[in-house]
Design a protein around this ligand. Sequence first.
Ligand SMILES: [Mg+2]
Length: 389
Amino acid sequence: MNDSNSISANGIAAPDVKIIEVEVIPLAVPFKWPIQNAGIKTAMDALPSTIIKVHTDAGVYGVGETQAWKRQGSAEDQTNQVRILKEYFAPLIVGKSPFDIAAIMTDLNKTLHHSYYCQAPVSDALYDVCGRILGVPVYDLLGGKCRDTAPCSCTLILKKTNDETFENAKEHMERGFKHQSIKIGLTPDIDFQNVKMLREHFGDEIEIRVDANASMNYEQAVQTLGRLEPFNLELVEQPVPIWDVDGLAALSASVSMPIIADESVSDDHDLLDVIKKRAATGFQTKISKNGGIYYIRKLFTLASAAGLSIYPGNHPTTSIGTAAILHLCAAWPEPIKPGNVATGINSSLADDIVVKSVRVENAAAYIPDGPGFGIELDDDKVEKYTIEL
Ligand SMILES: [Mg+2]
């Protein structure tokens, strides 16, 4: 561990602090089992996570995380993310005050429009380092603590057989996860059998969500959702492609279950489109997809003003990305829905990169306390999982 980073500095005047280095560290953090993402031909054995350390002349650094979660809405692989962070973003950041978060983030977006996956770790490392410099948790920079925990949902891994998928659901249920999301978009019949299995086994104990990851066309969505109507689903997540907000709106108007958006919402303009078209009853955020705390806070505000439900989430993420969304949730005074905030450390990741992982118990993720995110990197683990690109 870097000792200087665990010391919260006292009395340092914010304007006197300067960023002296942006360190970019690509990692491959192992999964417990290979993860097959929609549209990607090969399964992933490890999470392509990249962390950055924003070092300051106060002797304190902050950490942020992103992932190369190649999917609809993200065209960047890890090599590109590292290159963008090193070659484009670092020169714009070094020499600035870490407290100039809004100006820095605006600069980054003007330099590389819509590069939210790469901007996310910058946003979050800046909040982390500012909290550490001031000796306060990030939630105090965002308005103060409104809750001690964030409710968690889980995502089921589709196994080869229905029985194996059931075992995965049962194991989560025993750990307190009542809100469970299962992937759909395979065939209407397989989707029907999977959801039927969950409802028959768990009755009213389970809140069933289905998530198509934008994989169905409108006709397949109509067919599939029609068959799933009897199962009293909690919600349907992103049934149709990222560009088909009109399709989301048409489905929202024609089926009985709530439809929420995920892939269709990257930024505030996307969310405004969903709101204007009443295309969804809620939406899912992700630290990397949506550009970190700086941008997601705006999305929360817009959604709340429009009466949309907020589902805070994440791709599989180490405790760094988990802590970032948790601090934002902590400072959010209005309701949030159970979300995939801790899906990486909950279930899919075989290891973490911090000294003490975010605590998740009975489907509640505890907001870490302490300066910044209140999370310390484990330097040995970081070294172990660092990769050459
Ligand atoms: Mg989703």
